[in-house]
Ligand binder design. Structure first.
Ligand code: CLF
Ligand code: SF4
Length: 493
């Protein structure tokens, strides 16, 4: 019997205007453990098993897999100067009210509905909108119920760390495999500029005393998790003039205590959000300042650079949010879990990732063979699958890559307002996109009109659709080779 054809496009409902990937034939090994050769050579297989489908803990995984958050934990035990309680937790989300807070039963209903419809779903996270460890009963009840229904979903939690140590044993018992702690300082003198108060042991503390207790609890929690082999990621909010230089010290401390990843995120500060920092004019860093700090941190704790600062109720691939499709009024009252789409998707992805890895290795070989040293900054419009598969005018963000002789590195993303509105390009929006693309040499997209291409060129940014639907690394290596003396035919198309 001939094998059926399964494509990611059919599994993800991606429209024909921008296919996610080419089709891949099913057949051969269909186990979801396929793709193991995609493991980086410097990583042990146990760690790879934990991260290979976690979109936050693995940059490679974020091209294929999605997370969802359920907003079951509204209470918080500290005050951060970048947070207004009416808004999402700024640690794990961009400011914006959570559409609806959920009970554990409602959360289970939503997770099943999403799992039935979003085949990329691999991780359930609780990231507030308050603190998941402080609002522990609801967090525990939610994870317990979901794990019984969908045993293969990864469980992930985000916390400020104050109430973490007392829950580490239960986190391990619940099989919560990934924990994020937001650590903005290791010096209470810095901490008191960020945290006006904490609530701990039935008492409220302020100033240096509050920051010192928070710091000690964060370090203790991190050490306890490392001892139990639970993977940890440290989120730090970069606040210029307050903790930006200090984050170098933070990086050293968390590395010494076993953190797997360090994610430095820009402060989002706007007077309209009603936060202390927003109202007092504290600015956030721009993209180049963030990158400069991240570059200085290279060589310490491994960096995460693909965070999207998502909402506490986000759903979907990082960089897209399908949360509004799954509000309680839109989902069935008792959706039975159907694993079909998720399993079919995983089988296809397992094979495609090996193909993608081969393409990446070929790209690295190409780069290494170029004799002239240089670097290239490339912005890519993509909707996932590791391919250049988004139109310039539809892009809500561009993924940024840096190419050099030594390889191709994902270095961040730039959020933009989509240029195309109802079939027409917006002049004013294009100005904003050009500003957001500061420092970029070339834009790669699946399609671009003559007008925006010309205006980008006038601003010193080349743009091409010549590599539409290619793997990102394949295209960048060809461009790099062209830039430094080889065939220019594709790059100038
Ligand atoms: Fe959510 Fe956080 Fe788990 Fe990811 S998010 S609880 S680790 S599943 Fe990810 Fe979102 Fe960044 Fe957080 S992109 S804000 S790092
Ligand atoms: Fe807000 Fe999160 Fe800080 Fe609590 S820990 S104050 S919810 S940002």
């Amino acid at each position: 019997m001939s094998a059926p054809i399964i494509s990611l496009e059919s599994l993800t409902n991606t429209t024909s205007s921008g296919q996610l990937l080419t089709t891949a034939k099913s057949g051969g090994c269909a186990s979801s453990s396929c793709g193991s050769s995609s493991r980086p050579t410097d990583m042990d297989s146990a760690t790879w098993e934990k991260i290979k489908d976690h979109p936050c803990f693995s940059e490679a995984a974020h091209h294929y897999f999605a997370r969802m958050h359920v907003a079951v934990a509204p209470a918080c035990n500290i005050q951060c100067n970048y947070c207004n309680r009416k808004y999402d937790c700024a640690n794990e989300s961009r400011p914006g009210v959570v559409s609806e807070k959920l009970t554990p039963d409602q959360a289970l209903r939503k997770v099943i509905a999403v799992a039935n419809e979003v085949p990329q779903l691999s991780v359930l996270g609780i990231a507030g909108p308050g603190d998941a460890c402080y609002d522990w009963k609801k967090t525990r009840a939610t994870f317990g119920r979901v794990a019984r229904e969908i045993p293969d979903i990864k469980l992930c939690i985000s916390t400020n760390g104050l109430a973490l140590p007392e829950h580490v044993d239960e986190l391990a018992e619940l099989n919560i495999s990934h924990v994020t702690i937001t650590i903005n300082m290791v010096d209470p003198a810095v901490g008191e500029k960020i945290y006006p108060w904490i609530f701990y042991g039935h008492r409220r503390y302020t100033g240096m005393e509050a920051a010192k207790i928070l710091h000690e609890r964060q370090m203790l929690g991190l050490e306890m998790l490392s001892k139990r082999g639970i993977l940890t990621k440290i989120n730090s909010v970069m606040i210029p003039g307050v903790n930006d230089q200090h984050l170098i010290e933070v990086n050293k401390w968390v590395k010494e205590r076993g953190a797997f990843l360090h994610n430095v995120m820009p402060l989002i500060s706007d007077p309209a959000h009603g936060t202390w920092f927003g109202q007092t004019g504290q600015r956030g860093p721009n993209a180049l300042e963030l990158k400069a700090l991240q570059d200085r941190l290279e060589g310490g704790a491994k960096l995460m650079r693909h965070c999207r600062q998502c909402r506490a109720d986000a759903v979907g691939l990082l960089g897209t949010d399908r949360g509004q499709e799954f509000t309680l009024d839109q989902i069935p009252f008792e959706p039975g879990y159907n694993s079909g789409k998720r399993h079919a998707y995983r089988e296809v992805v397992a094979r495609i990732r090996d193909d993608h890895l081969a393409a990446k290795n070929q790209a690295i070989t190409t780069l290494a063979s170029v004799s002239v040293r240089g670097s290239l900054h490339v912005a890519v419009a993509t909707k996932g699958g590791g391919r250049i598969n988004e139109h310039f005018g539809h892009a809500k963000e561009f993924q940024v890559y840096e190419a050099s002789q030594t390889g191709i590195k994902f270095v961040g993303h730039r959020k933009v307002e989509p240029y195309c509105r109802g079939g027409w390009g917006e002049e004013a929006t294009l100005g904003g996109i050009i500003a957001a693309l500061e420092g970029i040499d070339i834009v790669l997209c699946a399609k671009i009109g003559d007008c925006p291409q010309k205006q980008l060129m006038e601003a010193g940014i080349r743009a091409t659709e010549a590599f539409g639907y290619d793997y990102i690394e394949t295209a960048i290596s060809a461009l790099y080779a062209a830039e430094y003396g080889l065939d220019l035919s594709k790059a100038t198309a």
